[in-house]
Design a protein around this ligand. Structure first.
Ligand SMILES: NC(=O)c1ccc[n+]([C@@H]2O[C@H](COP(=O)([O-])OP(=O)(O)OC[C@H]3O[C@@H](n4cnc5c(N)ncnc54)[C@H](OP(=O)(O)O)[C@@H]3O)[C@@H](O)[C@H]2O)c1
Length: 247
């Protein structure tokens, strides 16, 4: 029987990325003990420089989501899957397969390992994809579909399992380059989001979904990862992210 007062152990695949670092910040600040897995295993340059207090709650591990370490996965209370590549079109079979593998195969491999190791909570960051782009020729879409199917499968494997799949549109906030230089996406995207959310439905129904702040997406992921009483499959759509949790 596990200690109900013990801190949540969170394993975050892709924790060194844009959304991942915000997920780690929120989770660690809430007392979770976190491990970030990425191929480089590096602490992002801006965190190395700023050394915020919550950093002491995070371990940075090198690993490939395509081949998840069983003992590392088994040591987690909840697994968060944030691996992905940008939604770019592909012009040959190799690039298409790469898109499918990064967005689908990598997250699916982690989810399958979580299932094998009896991890009870899973969060998958998928993406809201406009109807016109939902095509079997769009590798990003095919990959995201694969990962969502793996999450649904995971919840069917045991009635104790809880999976939350989040479908955000474009995400804005402060993104950092590999050298740790801030790119304030919000300066442009925040006003766009405000305008799009102010439009009447008769107009907005023909437009892509409004962008969402990274804080909102990450808070939703952490909430789900730390919700010990959650069971089954929870789907969080882009518009839900504005009301679900206040940043
Ligand atoms: N940003 C957006 O606007 C947006 C919108 C909707 C959905 N999403 C989805 O949200 C997720 C996170 O997005 P993001 O913008 O935070 O991405 P990101 O900044 O590119 O971060 C993803 C991280 O995953 C790691 N990674 C890639 N392949 C890996 C592998 N095989 N094994 C382990 N780690 C791997 C990368 O680090 P290494 O290179 O060191 O491995 C990278 O830092 C993605 O699935 C993305 O599709 C993003």
């Amino acid at each position: 029987m596990s200690d109900p007062n013990a801190p949540t152990r969170l394993l975050v695949y892709g924790g060194n990325g844009f959304v991942g670092t915000k997920v780690l910040e929120i989770a660690a600040t809430r007392g979770a003990v976190c491990t970030s897995v990425s191929r480089s295993g590096k602490i992002p340059a801006q965190l190395e420089r700023l050394r915020p207090p919550w950093l002491s709650q995070v371990a940075w591990v090198s690993g490939d989501a395509l081949h998840p370490d069983p003992s590392l996965v088994a040591s987690a209370d909840a697994v968060v899957c944030l691996v992905g590549s940008p939604p770019l079109p592909t012009f040959n079979q190799v690039a298409f397969q790469q898109q499918v593998m990064t967005n689908g195969g990598a997250n699916s491999a982690v989810i399958a390992e979580a299932q094998r190791q009896g991890v009870k909570r899973l969060v998958l960051l998928s993406a809201h994809i406009p109807a016109l782009m939902r095509s079997s020729r769009f590798g990003y879409y095919v990959g995201k579909q694969q990962a969502s199917a793996a999450a649904a499968e995971y919840t069917k494997a045991s009635e104790d399992n809880a999976a939350t799949v989040i479908y955000p549109s474009a995400i804005y906030g402060k993104r950092y380059t590999a050298a740790g230089i801030a790119v304030p996406l919000g300066a442009f995207m925040s006003p766009v989001a405000w305008v799009m959310r102010s439009l009447p439905t008769v107009v907005s129904q023909f437009l892509p979904e409004s962008p969402v702040p990274v804080q909102q997406v990450a808070a939703c992921a952490v909430e789900a990862a730390m919700a010990a009483d959650r069971r089954g499959l929870t789907v969080v759509e882009n518009q839900d992210l504005w009301s679900l949790v206040s940043p």
